[in-house]
Design a protein around this ligand. Structure first.
Ligand code: V3L
Length: 85
């Protein structure tokens, strides 16, 4: 759980980190060489597309958000919607 890299999704004027478990699941799929993965996040299925680097809710209207893989210590708005002070 103490990897060098974490995963982030786009918010307004900044990036949110995925929650720890989701970030680990995304990292595992990425390292597996998958083109995409589908994960349950906050009660909804999301498709995470590694080719175009975005996420969006599966089978539902919603925002197409850019994602990135970056160092753990980069600036972010917080984790999964919880702001950092
Ligand atoms: N992890 C947690 N919540 C998510 C995720 C995710 N990977 N993806 C979407 N949501 P959509 P600002 C975000 C939430 O894309 O002020 C932030 O976490 C999403 O939450 O249409 O714009 C903040 O909580 C949104 O509430 O599926 O930067 C909030 O937006 C909801 O799912 C505001 O952030 C629908 O997003």
């Amino acid at each position: 759980a103490n990897e060098e890299f974490a995963w982030y999704y786009e918010g307004r004027n900044g990036w949110w980190a995925y929650d720890e478990k989701t970030s680990a699941d995304v990292e595992r799929a990425f390292k597996n060489g998958q083109r995409s993965c589908t994960l349950l996040i906050a009660g909804f299925l999301y498709v995470i597309d590694f080719e175009e680097m975005f996420q969006n809710r599966k089978n539902e209207p919603g925002r197409r958000r850019r994602i990135k893989r970056d160092k753990r210590d980069v600036e972010s708005k917080g984790v999964a919607g919880i702001r950092v002070a």
